[in-house]
Ligand binder design. Structure first.
Ligand SMILES: [Fe+2]
Ligand SMILES: [Fe+2]
Length: 356
């Protein structure tokens, strides 16, 4: 059973990553362990207990126990905790709770970059992503390919394996659609795709997976544990890449890409979007991150949701037609269009809608 579906009273036998643990004294004088842990599906449990125990477990553990409730908080009361040294903590790196086709995402990214008309900008974009995926900043030491498996965020959005790739593709797709609707020119479209593709590259250096937990790196912390750290780091990576690779780019295109990188958090960042393209990247970034949070939110805090007005509980999910038919919902029939009385009552007639 997935950890998020565990109910009070359920028996638990599965692997968890211990995030924090400590030995404490109970009122009866006996030692007990208190711990926080995270399951493979990203569900966190805090204040869990092992009674009559004086050894605080660490790492990936097989936990056997029972779900209980204390102060409205679901927690595991463990009977047996076996530390599993053979399993890498990476197995508990959160996974996307919805189906994800990583191959499709890779192809989609390559397709959009390939559609950049300007040869130099297209080769720059390909080279830039490929280089920083396989080289560490700033010196360019080689490393394992990391772009496609990196998370897209720390907590708020796309905070799971392959999240950065998924978020980058979503931002490109939203932005390209908006660009077509609002008729941007070809040069703007090229810069839009390049900017979307590279906008979050700084996340490769501002955050890392340590024992299955996303943390700011020492370099990311220099920017004050800020979610804007990757903006500044990304702009530095842009400069370093151009110097190291002697990549061709005109000063104005470099300025445009720098502005996209630095301003893609819009009003939440220090640098504001200065071009239509920068503003489109910011808006596409916001759509992708907020809708992902609503659909796939993992362990982010309630404050995150309230601040962004994206608390999932505040929005109704409308059941699909099949589900409504299964429940024999009144007012829904096979041809739900023109003859559906309930739809007409809600929205009026089609001509009524468009004539006004
Ligand atoms: Fe970002
Ligand atoms: Fe982003």
């Amino acid at each position: 059973m997935e950890a998020k579906n565990l109910k009070v009273g359920d028996q638990v036998t599965q692997h968890f990553l211990i995030l924090e643990s400590s030995v404490n004294k109970a009122k009866n004088g006996k030692d007990y362990v208190s711990f926080d842990c995270r399951a493979e599906d990203g569900t966190m449990f805090t204040g869990c207990k092992i009674w009559d125990c004086d050894v605080a477990p660490e790492g990936v553990c097989l936990i056997t126990g029972k779900m209980e409730e204390f102060n409205s908080n679901k927690q595991i009361v463990a009977k047996i905790v076996t530390v599993n040294t053979e399993l890498s903590p990476d197995i508990l790196q959160p996974q996307c709770p919805l189906p994800m086709d990583v191959e499709y995402l890779r192809n989609e990214l390559a397709f959009h970059i390939g559609s950049i008309i300007n040869d130099s900008l297209r080769e720059f974009t390909k080279g830039f992503l490929g280089f920083w995926s396989t080289h560490t900043f700033p010196g360019g030491a080689e490393c394992e390919p990391r772009f496609s498996r990196h998370p897209g965020g720390m907590r708020v959005h796309h905070a799971y394996r392959h999240g950065l790739l998924q978020h980058t593709v979503e931002v490109i797709q939203h932005a390209v659609s908006a660009g077509a609707i609002h008729k941007i020119n070809t040069h703007e479209r090229d810069l839009l795709i390049a900017g979307c593709a590279i906008h979050d590259i700084g996340k490769l250096e501002s955050s890392a997976v340590v024992n299955g937990v996303y943390e700011y790196t020492a370099y990311g912390r220099i920017y004050g544990w800020s979610s804007n750290a990757h903006l500044y780091i990304g702009a530095q990576m842009l400069s370093v890449y151009c110097a190291l690779q002697e990549a061709w780019m005109s000063q104005s295109e470099f300025a445009m890409l720098s502005n996209i990188m630095l301003s893609h958090h819009g009003p939440h960042g220090d640098v504001k979007p200065k071009s239509v393209v920068s503003q489109m990247v910011h808006l596409a970034d916001m759509v992708s991150s907020n809708l992902n949070r609503m659909n796939c939110g993992l362990a982010g805090t309630e404050e995150d949701d309230i601040k962004r007005d994206i608390a999932r509980e505040s929005y109704i999910r409308i059941p699909d037609y099949e589900e409504i038919k299964d429940e024999d919902e009144p007012g829904v029939n096979e041809d739900y269009g023109a003859e559906d009385d309930s739809a007409r009552a809600m929205f009026g007639t089609v001509s009524g809608l468009y004539d006004s």
